[in-house]
Design a protein around this ligand. Structure first.
Ligand SMILES: Nc1ncnc2c1ncn2[C@@H]1O[C@H](COP(=O)(O)OP(=O)(O)O)[C@@H](O)[C@H]1O
Ligand SMILES: [Mg+2]
Length: 369
């Protein structure tokens, strides 16, 4: 019997994906069918990575295809999440990096912004999303105060168009709300607004999307990291006697079983003070070594240390992030952090790469028709 794509689909219509009480064909979960002699390969696409039903459904698909089309078939089924398969609103966003901290004021937004720009300077396509609903600072940091993003019609829906500046695409909750008002939002309102920035915006193809999360840990964080496929997180801290308990809380939020977002590294900000007139001097005014302590505690690498320099704060206030000044030593530090982060993401993606499961037919000699 000659095997066709239609016959495969007809057979797979008998395979149910029970969480949605429908078959895998009608749910549009079957993709990339290829036939070569008695070899078939195809992808099964699940809403999320680590779908608990994945192997059961895959086994059912293998059995059904063989029963219908011949036991001698060699069938290869690859399991992918919608994100891995390039589907969905963030389908073309390869990596999402969440920048987080145990507490506010440690320079999380400064690091997120400059890191996004440093990643873009490596030639990557980068997006920056200011998810700090209670203290959005990107409009000021990127020199976009008072700017309102535009909208386009796409597939019958109105979509937000991220603003492009300094070579990156960006959106901030600050573009949509009056200063101070967000503080009155209930958690669910904040979460919904954030979802829109992800799902109702035309982000297009991105190598990295950097997320500036609100400080601390709360419902908003949980909803966010559960609903968006975050690749990994970066924890920003200062060298002070850090409250390790706060950092642990942030780490637990990412690493708990339901979420499983790995921590890719720690960035220590405000590591020392270097006066402009004494560029070789370092004054450890906030203590020393806190970033390394945090990195050790979390069992990850300290990706870099950033000094306190006036031009960082000035750049943020004037909408000229420091890394735009290529010559500045801090730009070099950010370039180094970006490089290390890219490496960590690569390692992470190798760990996550879908493994094809090849079913070798033990009865290869007994062919049907
Ligand atoms: N390394 C640094 N040197 C000088 N000023 C800094 C540095 N990092 C952050 N700042 C300033 O500290 C303040 C808080 O930083 P911000 O990035 O807004 O922190 P967070 O997002 O964690 O609340 C800002 O005014 C910022 O310009
Ligand atoms: Mg901030």
């Amino acid at each position: 019997m000659s095997i066709t794509k239609d016959k495969i689909l007809e057979s797979l219509k008998k395979v149910l994906y029970f969480p949605k009480a429908n078959n895998v064909v009608d749910l549009n979960m079957v993709d990339s069918i290829e036939i070569q002699g008695n070899k078939i390969s195809l992808n099964l696409i699940y809403p999320e990575a680590n779908d608990k039903n994945a192997h059961i459904v895959k086994d059912a698909a293998l059995r059904t295809l063989k029963a219908d089309l011949g036991q001698e078939l060699e069938i290869e089924i690859q399991t992918l999440s919608e994100q891995q398969a390039g589907r969905g609103p963030l389908g073309k966003v390869k990596n999402i990096i969440a920048v987080a901290s145990g507490k506010g004021g440690v320079g999380k937004s400064t690091v997120a912004t400059n890191l996004a720009l440093a990643l873009a300077q490596t030639g990557a396509k980068v997006g920056l999303l200011d998810a700090d609903i209670y203290g959005p600072s990107m409009p000021v940091m990127m020199g976009l105060k008072g700017v309102r993003p535009g909208a386009v019609e796409e597939g019958g829906k109105t979509k937000i168009v991220p603003i492009e500046k300094y070579g990156i695409k960006m959106l901030s909750i600050g573009f949509f709300i009056d200063e101070g008002k967000a503080l009155m939002w209930r958690g669910s309102m904040a979460s919904n607004a954030l979802q829109q920035l992800f799902n109702d915006a035309v982000w297009g193809e991105l190598d990295y999307m950097v997320l500036d999360l609100p400080p601390g840990t709360g419902d908003i964080h949980l909803t966010l990291v559960q609903s968006v496929p975050v690749t990994g997180s970066v924890i920003v801290t200062t060298p002070q006697n850090v409250a390790l308990a706060d950092v642990r809380k942030a780490a637990n939020m990412f690493e708990n079983d339901a979420i499983k977002v790995p921590i890719l590294g720690v960035v220590e900000n405000m590591s020392w003070f270097t006066p402009a007139e004494l560029p070789n001097n370092k004054y450890y005014i906030f203590g020393k070594g806190g970033g390394q302590v945090v990195a050790n505690e979390l069992n990850v690498e300290l990706l870099g240390q950033l000094p306190i320099v006036e031009s960082i704060a000035e750049g943020s206030d004037n909408g000229n992030p420091i890394v735009l000044d290529y010559q500045h030593p801090v730009s070099k530090a950010f370039a180094e952090i970006a490089k290390k982060l890219i490496e960590k993401v690569k390692i992470r993606n190798v760990q996550l790469a879908p493994t094809p499961i090849v079913q070798i037919n033990p009865n290869a000699s007994c062919a049907t028709d």
